[in-house]
Design a protein around this ligand. Structure first.
Ligand code: HEC
Ligand code: HEC
Ligand code: HEC
Ligand code: HEC
Length: 116
């Protein structure tokens, strides 16, 4: 009886450890936020507290400006990732804050651009 209980406890511990390991694969936390590492608080991007959802690109534009503003800033980069023929692409389609960013242009092209 005691042994059986111990077994159940042990497997419960094992499975919750497995679950937290799975969650640890890509956790969005203080240490994974590139901005938070530069001293920018969660609430400056996330509207809800604690953060739970992705961030609307308008939040990015509040600090950095829109695509046109960004296009001027990166006009020396070729091709300019902020000035393109795709029309209105939102910031977070390329820039991620907690994971590697992606360059959606490379769905079709192969550019030598590093996306911060
Ligand atoms: C620069 C803006 C920014 C800051 C600052 C930021 N985040 Fe995020 N966060 C994002 C974006 C954008 C996403 C969407 C996924 C991604 O880009 O990695 C996200 C996703 C998340 C998610 C997952 C939501 C989902 O879709 O599953 C959590 C949880 C989270 N952030 C927590 C935090 C916490 C905690 C902090 C502060 C330590 C923080 N974030 C700071 C931009 C930010
Ligand atoms: C509260 C103001 C603020 C908000 C909101 C904000 N940023 Fe930033 N961001 C900064 C500051 C400050 C820096 C660091 C200085 C710099 O590199 O310009 C920075 C840096 C960056 C960089 C350059 C990182 C590097 O390593 O060169 C990118 C890309 C960026 N932000 C994208 C975003 C995106 C996308 C969002 C929305 C999800 C966002 N930012 C929201 C203030 C902000
Ligand atoms: C198509 C993908 C893409 C989209 C969409 C995009 N960016 Fe970028 N962004 C890049 C790339 C690539 C770079 C690196 C440019 C370079 O190396 O000069 C960059 C650089 C930056 C930087 C750093 C600039 C610097 O001077 O160091 C900031 C800040 C930034 N982006 C903000 C934004 C914001 C805000 C938006 C939305 C209005 C946005 N980006 C939309 C791909 C993108
Ligand atoms: C859905 C596919 C697709 C995506 C995504 C895409 N492109 Fe293109 N792009 C094309 C096609 C098709 C052409 C025209 C064929 C050619 O000239 O090779 C082209 C041509 C270009 C050219 C050369 C023609 C010119 O206008 O001078 C540039 C520069 C360019 N794209 C930049 C970008 C950038 C920057 C991005 C990301 C913001 C991007 N593209 C995303 C399909 C795409």
């Amino acid at each position: 009886m005691i042994l059986k209980r111990l077994f159940i406890l042990a497997s419960a511990a094992f499975f919750s450890a497995m679950i937290s390991l799975t969650a640890l694969a890509e956790p969005a936390t203080a240490t994974t936020s590139k901005h938070a590492n530069k001293g920018i608080a969660c609430v400056l991007c996330h509207k809800e507290n604690p953060p739970a959802k992705t961030v609307p690109f308008e939040q990015c534009e509040n600090c950095h400006g829109d695509n046109d503003t960004m296009a001027k800033r990166t006009e020396k980069t070729s091709p300019n990732p902020h000035y393109n023929h795709l029309g209105n692409v939102t910031c977070t389609e390329c820039h991620r804050d907690h994971t590697e960013s992606v360059l959606i242009c490379d769905d079709c092209h192969k550019f030598k651009l590093k996306t911060p």
